[in-house]
Design a protein around this ligand. Structure first.
Ligand code: PEP
Length: 253
Protein backbone atom coordinates (compact mmCIF):
# COMPACT_ATOMS: atom_id res chain seq x y z
CA UNK A 1 0.00 0.00 0.00
CA UNK A 2 1.47 3.34 -1.04
CA UNK A 3 0.79 6.27 1.25
CA UNK A 4 -0.83 9.12 -0.71
CA UNK A 5 1.29 12.23 -1.03
CA UNK A 6 0.10 15.75 -1.78
CA UNK A 7 2.62 18.48 -2.45
CA UNK A 8 2.01 22.21 -2.79
CA UNK A 9 4.39 24.06 -5.08
CA UNK A 10 4.08 27.74 -4.19
CA UNK A 11 6.48 28.72 -6.99
CA UNK A 12 7.75 32.33 -6.80
CA UNK A 13 4.76 33.62 -4.86
CA UNK A 14 4.28 35.13 -1.44
CA UNK A 15 5.46 37.62 1.10
CA UNK A 16 5.82 37.06 4.84
CA UNK A 17 2.19 38.03 5.51
CA UNK A 18 0.84 35.80 2.77
CA UNK A 19 2.96 32.86 3.95
CA UNK A 20 1.75 33.34 7.54
CA UNK A 21 -1.88 33.53 6.41
CA UNK A 22 -1.67 30.53 4.12
CA UNK A 23 -0.03 28.34 6.74
CA UNK A 24 -2.54 29.41 9.34
CA UNK A 25 -5.39 28.45 7.00
CA UNK A 26 -3.81 25.07 6.21
CA UNK A 27 -3.05 24.24 9.84
CA UNK A 28 -6.51 25.25 11.03
CA UNK A 29 -8.13 22.76 8.69
CA UNK A 30 -5.71 19.90 8.32
CA UNK A 31 -5.60 18.64 11.91
CA UNK A 32 -7.60 15.46 11.54
CA UNK A 33 -6.31 14.45 8.14
CA UNK A 34 -5.48 10.76 8.16
CA UNK A 35 -3.05 8.75 6.11
CA UNK A 36 -1.87 11.43 3.70
CA UNK A 37 1.65 12.84 3.61
CA UNK A 38 1.48 16.58 2.98
CA UNK A 39 4.39 18.71 1.77
CA UNK A 40 4.62 22.43 1.07
CA UNK A 41 7.37 23.89 -1.10
CA UNK A 42 7.77 27.60 -0.38
CA UNK A 43 10.32 29.90 -2.02
CA UNK A 44 13.72 29.53 -0.34
CA UNK A 45 13.65 32.83 1.61
CA UNK A 46 10.54 31.68 3.47
CA UNK A 47 11.66 28.15 4.34
CA UNK A 48 12.79 29.23 7.82
CA UNK A 49 9.51 30.95 8.53
CA UNK A 50 7.52 27.96 7.30
CA UNK A 51 9.61 25.47 9.31
CA UNK A 52 9.10 27.63 12.35
CA UNK A 53 5.34 27.69 11.97
CA UNK A 54 5.15 23.98 11.17
CA UNK A 55 7.33 22.89 14.07
CA UNK A 56 4.44 22.01 16.35
CA UNK A 57 2.65 20.00 13.69
CA UNK A 58 4.24 16.99 12.06
CA UNK A 59 1.43 16.46 9.53
CA UNK A 60 3.02 18.84 7.05
CA UNK A 61 6.68 18.88 6.01
CA UNK A 62 8.74 21.11 3.75
CA UNK A 63 10.22 20.56 0.34
CA UNK A 64 12.51 22.59 -1.92
CA UNK A 65 11.29 23.75 -5.34
CA UNK A 66 14.67 23.05 -6.92
CA UNK A 67 18.28 22.30 -5.97
CA UNK A 68 21.62 22.91 -7.61
CA UNK A 69 23.20 20.34 -9.91
CA UNK A 70 26.42 20.90 -7.94
CA UNK A 71 27.67 20.32 -4.44
CA UNK A 72 28.71 23.33 -2.34
CA UNK A 73 31.15 25.76 -3.91
CA UNK A 74 31.49 28.73 -6.23
CA UNK A 75 28.02 28.65 -7.81
CA UNK A 76 26.59 32.11 -7.12
CA UNK A 77 22.86 32.09 -6.62
CA UNK A 78 22.49 28.33 -6.38
CA UNK A 79 21.26 26.40 -3.35
CA UNK A 80 22.66 22.92 -2.84
CA UNK A 81 20.64 19.84 -1.98
CA UNK A 82 22.79 19.53 1.14
CA UNK A 83 21.71 23.03 2.24
CA UNK A 84 18.06 22.31 1.60
CA UNK A 85 18.35 19.14 3.70
CA UNK A 86 20.33 20.97 6.37
CA UNK A 87 17.53 23.49 6.93
CA UNK A 88 14.97 20.72 7.20
CA UNK A 89 13.59 20.03 3.72
CA UNK A 90 12.66 16.41 3.13
CA UNK A 91 11.72 16.53 -0.55
CA UNK A 92 12.98 18.40 -3.62
CA UNK A 93 11.05 19.05 -6.83
CA UNK A 94 13.38 18.23 -9.71
CA UNK A 95 12.92 19.06 -13.39
CA UNK A 96 9.69 21.01 -13.15
CA UNK A 97 8.63 22.00 -16.68
CA UNK A 98 9.17 25.67 -15.82
CA UNK A 99 12.79 24.86 -14.98
CA UNK A 100 13.17 22.77 -18.11
CA UNK A 101 11.65 25.45 -20.36
CA UNK A 102 12.39 28.87 -18.85
CA UNK A 103 15.81 27.95 -17.44
CA UNK A 104 16.76 25.52 -20.19
CA UNK A 105 17.46 22.58 -17.91
CA UNK A 106 18.35 19.57 -20.03
CA UNK A 107 17.57 15.98 -19.12
CA UNK A 108 21.22 15.62 -18.10
CA UNK A 109 21.12 18.59 -15.71
CA UNK A 110 17.86 17.36 -14.24
CA UNK A 111 19.45 13.94 -13.70
CA UNK A 112 22.40 15.55 -11.89
CA UNK A 113 20.01 17.41 -9.60
CA UNK A 114 18.19 14.16 -8.94
CA UNK A 115 21.49 12.49 -8.02
CA UNK A 116 22.48 15.39 -5.73
CA UNK A 117 19.15 15.11 -3.93
CA UNK A 118 19.55 11.40 -3.30
CA UNK A 119 23.09 11.94 -2.04
CA UNK A 120 21.85 14.61 0.37
CA UNK A 121 19.09 12.33 1.68
CA UNK A 122 16.35 14.44 0.11
CA UNK A 123 13.58 12.60 -1.70
CA UNK A 124 13.66 13.80 -5.31
CA UNK A 125 10.30 14.36 -6.98
CA UNK A 126 11.09 14.01 -10.67
CA UNK A 127 8.67 15.93 -12.90
CA UNK A 128 8.06 14.43 -16.32
CA UNK A 129 5.53 15.25 -19.00
CA UNK A 130 4.93 16.18 -22.59
CA UNK A 131 4.00 19.47 -24.24
CA UNK A 132 0.78 19.92 -26.18
CA UNK A 133 2.65 19.54 -29.48
CA UNK A 134 4.31 16.33 -28.31
CA UNK A 135 0.98 14.99 -27.15
CA UNK A 136 -0.72 15.87 -30.43
CA UNK A 137 2.08 14.09 -32.27
CA UNK A 138 1.46 10.96 -30.19
CA UNK A 139 4.87 11.25 -28.53
CA UNK A 140 3.86 11.28 -24.83
CA UNK A 141 5.40 7.92 -23.92
CA UNK A 142 8.55 8.61 -25.92
CA UNK A 143 9.10 11.91 -24.04
CA UNK A 144 8.40 10.45 -20.62
CA UNK A 145 10.67 7.48 -21.35
CA UNK A 146 13.49 9.83 -22.40
CA UNK A 147 13.12 11.86 -19.19
CA UNK A 148 13.13 8.73 -17.01
CA UNK A 149 16.01 7.16 -18.92
CA UNK A 150 18.27 10.18 -18.29
CA UNK A 151 17.85 9.58 -14.57
CA UNK A 152 18.54 5.85 -14.87
CA UNK A 153 21.66 6.67 -16.86
CA UNK A 154 22.96 9.04 -14.16
CA UNK A 155 21.86 7.14 -11.07
CA UNK A 156 21.74 3.47 -12.07
CA UNK A 157 19.02 0.88 -12.05
CA UNK A 158 17.94 1.58 -8.46
CA UNK A 159 17.43 5.31 -9.15
CA UNK A 160 13.78 5.26 -8.11
CA UNK A 161 14.14 3.19 -4.95
CA UNK A 162 13.86 6.34 -2.81
CA UNK A 163 12.14 8.78 -5.12
CA UNK A 164 8.81 10.10 -6.31
CA UNK A 165 7.73 10.80 -9.89
CA UNK A 166 5.25 13.52 -10.82
CA UNK A 167 3.54 13.20 -14.18
CA UNK A 168 2.78 16.76 -15.20
CA UNK A 169 1.57 17.20 -18.77
CA UNK A 170 2.85 20.65 -19.68
CA UNK A 171 -0.43 21.52 -21.41
CA UNK A 172 -2.29 21.00 -18.14
CA UNK A 173 -0.10 23.16 -15.90
CA UNK A 174 -1.84 26.38 -14.93
CA UNK A 175 -4.35 26.07 -17.79
CA UNK A 176 -7.42 24.89 -15.91
CA UNK A 177 -7.47 21.89 -18.25
CA UNK A 178 -6.45 18.78 -16.32
CA UNK A 179 -5.82 15.44 -17.95
CA UNK A 180 -8.80 13.15 -17.60
CA UNK A 181 -8.39 10.48 -14.93
CA UNK A 182 -8.19 7.77 -17.60
CA UNK A 183 -5.65 9.71 -19.65
CA UNK A 184 -3.45 10.31 -16.60
CA UNK A 185 -3.79 6.70 -15.42
CA UNK A 186 -2.49 5.44 -18.77
CA UNK A 187 0.70 7.47 -18.44
CA UNK A 188 1.12 6.64 -14.75
CA UNK A 189 0.86 2.94 -15.57
CA UNK A 190 3.44 3.41 -18.29
CA UNK A 191 5.83 5.11 -15.83
CA UNK A 192 5.42 2.27 -13.35
CA UNK A 193 6.04 -0.27 -16.08
CA UNK A 194 9.23 1.52 -17.15
CA UNK A 195 10.54 1.47 -13.57
CA UNK A 196 9.47 -2.18 -13.21
CA UNK A 197 11.80 -3.13 -16.06
CA UNK A 198 14.64 -2.32 -13.64
CA UNK A 199 13.01 -3.34 -10.37
CA UNK A 200 9.52 -4.67 -9.85
CA UNK A 201 9.81 -4.01 -6.13
CA UNK A 202 10.80 -0.35 -6.57
CA UNK A 203 8.00 0.12 -9.10
CA UNK A 204 5.47 -1.30 -6.68
CA UNK A 205 6.59 1.12 -3.97
CA UNK A 206 7.03 4.16 -6.22
CA UNK A 207 4.62 7.01 -5.62
CA UNK A 208 3.57 8.65 -8.87
CA UNK A 209 1.84 12.01 -8.45
CA UNK A 210 -0.32 13.73 -11.00
CA UNK A 211 0.10 17.49 -11.52
CA UNK A 212 -1.71 19.91 -13.79
CA UNK A 213 -4.80 21.93 -12.86
CA UNK A 214 -5.76 19.74 -9.91
CA UNK A 215 -8.56 21.35 -7.88
CA UNK A 216 -10.59 20.15 -4.91
CA UNK A 217 -13.38 19.35 -7.41
CA UNK A 218 -11.42 17.00 -9.70
CA UNK A 219 -8.89 15.59 -7.23
CA UNK A 220 -10.85 12.58 -6.02
CA UNK A 221 -11.54 11.22 -9.51
CA UNK A 222 -7.85 11.50 -10.32
CA UNK A 223 -6.62 10.05 -7.03
CA UNK A 224 -8.97 7.07 -7.30
CA UNK A 225 -7.00 5.75 -10.28
CA UNK A 226 -4.86 2.70 -9.48
CA UNK A 227 -1.52 4.29 -10.29
CA UNK A 228 -2.15 7.87 -9.14
CA UNK A 229 -0.75 8.21 -5.64
CA UNK A 230 -1.45 11.87 -4.99
CA UNK A 231 -0.79 15.24 -6.55
CA UNK A 232 1.68 18.01 -7.17
CA UNK A 233 -0.38 21.15 -6.86
CA UNK A 234 0.48 24.61 -8.17
CA UNK A 235 -2.21 27.32 -8.21
CA UNK A 236 -4.61 25.60 -5.83
CA UNK A 237 -1.89 25.23 -3.20
CA UNK A 238 -1.97 29.01 -2.67
CA UNK A 239 -5.42 28.92 -1.10
CA UNK A 240 -5.60 27.10 2.23
CA UNK A 241 -9.12 25.69 1.86
CA UNK A 242 -8.51 24.50 -1.71
CA UNK A 243 -5.24 22.82 -0.79
CA UNK A 244 -6.69 21.07 2.23
CA UNK A 245 -9.67 20.00 0.10
CA UNK A 246 -7.25 18.31 -2.27
CA UNK A 247 -5.40 16.68 0.64
CA UNK A 248 -8.73 15.34 1.93
CA UNK A 249 -9.50 13.90 -1.50
CA UNK A 250 -6.32 11.83 -1.16
CA UNK A 251 -7.34 10.55 2.28
CA UNK A 252 -7.26 6.80 2.65
CA UNK A 253 -8.84 6.66 6.10
C1 PEP B 1 2.63 22.83 -11.35
O1 PEP B 1 3.11 23.89 -11.73
O2 PEP B 1 3.37 21.90 -10.97
C2 PEP B 1 1.19 22.67 -11.35
C3 PEP B 1 0.71 21.48 -11.26
O3 PEP B 1 0.46 23.82 -11.48
P1 PEP B 1 -1.14 23.93 -11.48
O4 PEP B 1 -1.66 23.07 -10.37
O5 PEP B 1 -1.41 25.39 -11.24
O6 PEP B 1 -1.60 23.47 -12.81
Amino acid sequence: MRQPLVMGNWKMNGRRSMVEGLLKAIMADIGDLFGVEVVVCPPYPYLGLVMDRLAANSTVVCGAQDVSAYTDGAYTGDVSAEMARDVGCRFAIIGHSERRTLFRETDAIVAQKFARSLAADLTPVLCVGETAAERDAGRTQEVVLRQLSAVFKECGSNAFDRAVVAYEPVWAIGTGRAASPAEAQTVHRFIRDVVARQSAEAAGRLRILYGGSVKAQNARDLFEQDDIDGGLIGGASLAGADFVGICRAACIG
